[in-house]
Structure formats: C-alpha cells, structure tokens
Design a binder for this molecule. Sequence first.
Ligand SMILES: NC(=O)c1ccc[n+]([C@@H]2O[C@H](COP(=O)([O-])OP(=O)(O)OC[C@H]3O[C@@H](n4cnc5c(N)ncnc54)[C@H](O)[C@@H]3O)[C@@H](O)[C@H]2O)c1
Length: 322
Amino acid sequence: MPSIRLGLIGCGGLGRVHADCIARIPEAAFCAYADRVEASAQAALKDFGGQYAVPDADRIFSDPDIDAVYICTWHDTHAPLAIAAARAGKHILIEKPLALSIQECEAVAKAVESSGVTLMPAFKMRFYPLIRKAREFIPQPQVLVGQMMDNRWGDDNWAQDPVKGGANVHSQGCHTTDILRYLAGSEPAQVWAAGGTLTHPGHPCIDQCVAAFSLANGHAISWIQGDAALGQFTSKFFFEIFGGGRSVQLYDRLKKATFFDGSQTWTEERPEEEGFQLENREFVSALLEGRQPGITAYDGLQATRMVLAADRAIRTGEVQKL
Ligand SMILES: NC(=O)c1ccc[n+]([C@@H]2O[C@H](COP(=O)([O-])OP(=O)(O)OC[C@H]3O[C@@H](n4cnc5c(N)ncnc54)[C@H](O)[C@@H]3O)[C@@H](O)[C@H]2O)c1
C-alpha cells in the first residue's frame, strides 16, 4: 500500500506523463482520475491502475482517502481547481503556469497558506541536473540569457486559445522566467521588451518576446520566447550564464552543458531528460518528510509576474517595474 494516495485532474498528455513517473515511485500511487472528457479519465484508470475515474474533480476533492492532487488541465482552470483542492485539504502539484493573472496566482497562494497544504508548481527544468550544476558553478551571474523557441504553434492548439492557454509567451514563458530567476540569485527589478503578435497576426496574445530584465543586485537577464522556429543548434531550451570570469552554455534540451572556468573548457552530458521524474520524486519526498518542496506558490507567482510585466512592456513600449 503506497503512503501517498494521489488524484489526477486532467488526464491528457501531461497528466499521463506524471502518471508514468509516479508508477516508478513506490511510495505513491494514483488512485483516482478526473477529466471533463470521462473517456480520458477511464483510459488513465485502465493504463495506470487505481479505484475510480470520473468527469468531475469534486468527487476527488471530497474523497478522504486522497492525500494530494495533480492539476494538469488547461490554464484558465488552474486557479479555481487549486483553490478548491486547498480548501478540501489536498496537497497540490500544479502544472505551469500557476495561473495566467497575478490576482489568480495570489488567490491560489492565499488559499494554500490558509489551508496549510503544500503546493508545488511543476517547473520541471529546476530538476535537470545540469541546470543545478550550472547554478552552483556560477552562483551570482552578471549576465544571463534564456531562450525557448518552438516551431509555430497550430491555430487549433488549445494552448494558443487566449482564454484556455494564453499562447506561447504566457503558456511556456513561465518555464523560462522561472529558471532565469532561479539561476540569477536575485529578484527582477524592471523590464524593457519588444516583440508582439508576429506568428499569429490578429491574435490578441503576444507570441514573440525579447526582453531585458535588470535585477535587484544590478545584474542583467536577456529573455527570448516564442514560436518563430525551433532552434536547431541550441534546441528548444537554451541558457547561457556568465559571471566571475566563468561561463556555462546549456543546450540540447538541457542534456548538455559546456563549462568554462577561466582557463579550462569541458562539456558534460546526461543520457536523457530527467526533469519530470525528479520533480515527481521531490513532490512525493516533500510530502513524506512533511517539508516544503524546493518550489513554492511564490515561485509560480514570480514567474507569471515576469511574463506579464514583459507583456505590458511590449504593449506600452515603456519600462515596467516589477
Ligand atoms: N511541464 C511541461 O513541460 C509541460 C508540457 C506540456 C504541457 N504542460 C502543462 O500541462 C497542463 C496540461 O497540458 P496538456 O498538454 O496535458 O493538455 P491536454 O489537453 O493534453 O490535457 C488537458 C486535459 O485536461 C482536461 N480538462 C480541462 N479542464 C478540465 C477540468 N476543469 N476538469 C477536469 N479535466 C479538465 C482536458 O479534457 C484534457 O484531457 C497545462 O498546464 C500545460 O501547460 C506542461
């Protein structure tokens, strides 16, 4: 019998990725599944095992045998589901972004705090071993570059929907802003940005963003996000860190990093992407040990704050304070 009993809300692509990861962690198991498309919940129950599958998450929230829920739904449902889960006393792993607005992020953080539950935003990149190593190698970078460039998103992709998803910069940008903030070792202070709706003309959401953040410690971040085309040399995810005469480049979906210590250069490789498995391990371990996980609701709020400030800078042409 696993110690941590989980409910999965949203049994699509990412819900199933997490279910795969949990299947490899013996101290936890998914026992219940909810998806507004009941067939998706039933398919997950069949493939991953458990007790029941339902169309409505409330059934899971009211189940006293469930310790924690995974929220893997569309972005406009993140805040209401997380608030309901917190009020029901369930711990929460929530897929990114925490929510699409500051008000919703703050409401989630407040509900989590007053219920005393644990919430971990699923910023999988924090767990890639080479990201962690790069952070140790240059703890106070002077200049940071973060880029996430994808092929053009289809117009019928739900994440491109202005309400359900928010398009590329809002949907995925929080991954990049979170890692930039994690690597920076200082909070963002203000942002300049250019870009706009370049790959989906006429769409209400910004889809390309080139931003520069200054940090509280006076250091600088450059952030590029969009779906103009997949970078073949860098891969979709690319980070560069410079400071104290050292540098690191992370590329090949964060499986490779080239380090320079001022005299020697070397490259390290990981055989596969480990972020999903390690973030699941961290969530389960935090619950078992009764401690906060390495990422909190505040990190989710700050990642969204950076995205929204860059969006405002693009739309107004003016520097935005954070
Ligand atoms: N961390 C990553 O690398 C990564 C990658 C892709 C997606 N994601 C995130 O995962 C989440 C889900 O994305 P996906 O690609 O799995 O989408 P998806 O469309 O494949 O799955 C989402 C599922 O949620 C269900 N759903 C929507 N609203 C619901 C509700 N109110 N109650 C119950 N079920 C509901 C849908 O029916 C669907 O089955 C999003 O937050 C997305 O940004 C993260």
